[in-house]
Design a protein around this ligand. Structure first.
Ligand SMILES: [Zn+2]
Ligand SMILES: [Zn+2]
Ligand SMILES: [Zn+2]
Length: 257
């Protein structure tokens, strides 16, 4: 819901610590392709995509990977428009069938072949298989779709080189744990302290992080339940709370251990 949460009077929602100011979850991957051109690949475009792009200097986008079709992950789609104008090619989007269906339905004026709104986003929506092990090559980097349990749904996490992003996760299959071996960085859902039907909670996320065994873990999709400073102080070594604007260096290519 974002922090501050509308209508809430709690201490975290009124905190003066900027780490407690949380827009909806998404990340941008930045890396150089084979021709040394800097590329930006987004994972999700939530309601605040425009504000995030302005605040953190996302001036161009080369591709977008979507995790699932919930509002907090897709509703910023339309603000991609100005970043798609005047380009040689349409902006490629990648989503599994159920997510692509939601995007096409909400933004039907963009995808309607007979009656497309003339200045809608210039995008090509590519449908990704939901089978474990599905990969997509983006500008010389291989991104693997890692299936993630999100309540009753199975949605997409993504692994890119030695890092992975698993937002909106309540559990992981054995097969997905296999896909997450040898990571330097994993970014995991940890919504709050109490269990939730479709999101992992703090203790469970710590256990999942320890099983994945990445060198460093960052929790995301954090509600107003978690006060940044005190929560950060109680987490085991190598496990941290992420925050808006956090920048993490990672290897986009697999390197032998
Ligand atoms: Zn609150
Ligand atoms: Zn969700
Ligand atoms: Zn979400």
């Amino acid at each position: 819901m974002g922090v501050p949460t509308l209508g809430c009077m709690c201490a975290v929602c009124h905190s003066t610590d900027p780490h407690n100011n949380r827009m909806r979850s998404s990340i941008a991957l930045r890396y150089a392709d084979a021709g040394s051109t800097q590329r930006t690949v987004l994972i999700d475009t939530g309601q605040e995509f425009r504000m995030q792009a302005l605040r953190f200097g996302v001036n161009s986008v080369d591709a977008v990977l979507y995790t699932h079709g919930h509002a907090d992950h897709v509703l910023g789609f339309d603000d991609l428009r100005p970043l798609t104008f005047g380009k040689d090619a349409n902006l490629p989007l990648y989503a599994d069938d159920s997510t692509a269906d939601v995007i096409e339905q909400i933004f039907s004026y963009t995808f309607d072949k007979a009656n497309r709104y003339p200045t809608s986003a210039r995008v090509d929506l590519h449908r990704l298989s939901s089978e474990p092990g599905t990969t997509v090559d983006l500008f010389g980097a291989t991104v693997e779709r890692v299936p993630v349990q999100h309540g009753r749904q199975v949605i997409a996490g993504y692994r890119f080189g030695r890092a992975a992003y698993l937002t909106d996760m309540s559990d992981l299959s054995e097969r997905s744990y296999e896909s997450l071996q040898g990571l330097d960085i994993v970014i995991l859902d940890a919504l709050r302290r109490e269990p939730h039907p479709s999101h992992s909670h703090l203790d469970k996320s710590v256990a999942i992080a320890q099983r994945i065994g990445a060198k460093r873990t960052y929790f995301t999709h954090i509600s107003h339940d978690l006060d940044h400073g005190p929560t950060e102080a109680e987490l085991p070594e190598g496990i941290h709370l992420a925050y808006d604007g956090l920048r993490l260096p990672f290897r986009i290519h697999e390197v032998a251990q």
